[in-house]
Design a protein around this ligand. Structure first.
Ligand code: SAH
Length: 397
């Protein structure tokens, strides 16, 4: 095994903080030969061993720790153990037990950097985003089959971040074959279709499960505007919660078509109260303002405007822009449920942006709840970067 030796004093974050990332700037030299994804032994400058990591020569994150236990081998049995532990963690939480749509592995926060696995019924969709994860595909698949007994595993390793690792996109079936009919899951009592082959991420945004349920509890009698609705998860929950009307906006025609297909799977819902609009949210909100339209409850769940801290400034302007517009479209007493899923925008900065937006819109407002991802998206305490989804529920005067 090759050895990655750190520069003097650079072992602190590995040794004391147990942070799973090792940046290029901390690395002194590589002793021996290692290719992308190979396991290397990481040593401090004084040659004290720190753990074992996956080597990523192309990435600024030069290595990701698999283990800080220098006696632990990284082999098939390692993945079997880590995957079984991640799955058992979900089953230990009553709120997650029996969920048909469930994140089984949340990468670094489950001790498996670069590995995402989402379960939809009998199918698991994996996304491998780092060179190390890519290398261990076989062991990961066997570990998942063993831990879940699932019949199918589909790979959706087509996220942009793979490019930073020098990895090409990979998609396809790793275990079992495509089901005959579209996949559906039940979430909070609503049936939803999931497009695991063509949808975003692994097909669905499982991280918003609890927040969609919350929206359902807030929706009764309200006129709801759901911006960036994707396949209608929030919209259908609002209908189930007794919303007076739900207007859903997204720029993706296929996502809107899928939302309507999901609505049709729920004949108990008052579909006539739903309106779907294919439009750019930035423009649509300005149009509503011109038309003098107002709402009682607005959801803003935009895509990641800031994939990394480097994009934070431009992203902050975009977040502020839609939040100003959102505040202006609320009736007195109305609620704004607003999110950022950008890793580069922390919770404090997000709150500042939303506060600035309220000032610009000249609305007096207060936070009534802070929102985050569901329990199957845990954030390891040694990996604060895992807290990418943050939201605020804000009420205006
Ligand atoms: N709230 C959704 C997830 C939203 S994902 C859920 O709970 O499932 C973000 C969505 O924003 C995607 O569907 C994407 O098509 C859409 N989108 C991105 N940019 C947009 C824009 N400028 N205007 C409208 N929709 C946009």
């Amino acid at each position: 095994m090759a050895q990655l030796i750190l520069l003097p004093g650079k072992e602190r974050s590995s040794l004391k903080l147990r942070h799973p990332w090792l940046f290029a700037g901390a690395v002194g030299r590589l002793q021996g030969r290692a290719r992308a994804g190979d396991t290397v032994e990481v040593l401090a400058d004084n040659l004290r061993p720190l753990g074992r990591a996956a080597y990523s020569p192309r990435s600024q994150i030069r290595a990701r720790f698999w283990t800080f236990d220098i006696a632990e081998s990284v082999d098939d049995a390692f993945f079997k153990r880590r995957i079984a532990a991640a799955v058992a963690r979900r089953h230990s939480l009553p709120e997650l037990r029996g969920q048909q749509g469930l994140r089984l592995i949340h990468a670094e926060s489950d001790g498996l950097p670069g590995v995402i696995a989402d379960q939809y019924g009998d199918c698991v969709v994996v996304q491998l985003t780092s060179a190390g994860a890519d290398k261990w595909r076989g062991a990961i698949v066997s570990g998942l089959v063993k831990a879940t007994g699932c019949r199918r595993i589909h790979e959706r390793s087509d996220s942009d971040v793979r490019r930073l690792e020098g990895l090409a996109p990979v998609t396809g079936w790793l275990h079992g074959a495509a089901p005959d009919s579209p996949l559906t899951i039940e979430e909070n009592g609503i049936r939803l279709t999931v497009d695991i082959a063509g949808g975003h991420k692994t097909g669905f945004y499982l991280d918003q499960r609890d927040n969609r349920a919350l929206l359902g509890r807030l929706a009764a009698g309200r006129e709801v505007l759901n911006c960036f609705c994707y396949t209608g998860g929030f919209s259908l929950q609002a209908l189930a919660g007794g919303a007076a009307s739900v207007l859903s906006v997204d720029s993706s025609g296929p996502a809107l078509a899928q939302a309507q297909a999901s609505l049709a799977l729920n004949p108990q819902l008052p579909g006539e109260r739903a309106e779907w609009l294919e439009a750019d949210v930035f423009l649509a909100l300005r149009d509503f303002r011109k038309q003098g339209r107002l709402f009682d409850l607005i959801v803003l769940d935009p895509p990641k405007f800031a994939p990394s801290a480097a994009h934070a400034e431009r992203a902050a302007r975009a977040y502020k822009d839609i939040n100003v517009l959102g505040f202006r479209l609320l009736r007195p007493g109305g609620l704004l449920m607003t999110y950022s899923c950008s890793g580069g925008i922390g919770p404090e900065l997000f709150q500042k942006i939303v506060a600035g937006a309220a000032l610009d819109a000249d609305r007096d407002a207060r936070i009534v709840r802070r929102l985050a991802g569901s329990a199957d998206h845990p954030v390891a305490l040694n990996f604060p970067e895992g807290e990418y989804l943050k939201g605020l529920l804000v009420q205006v005067e």
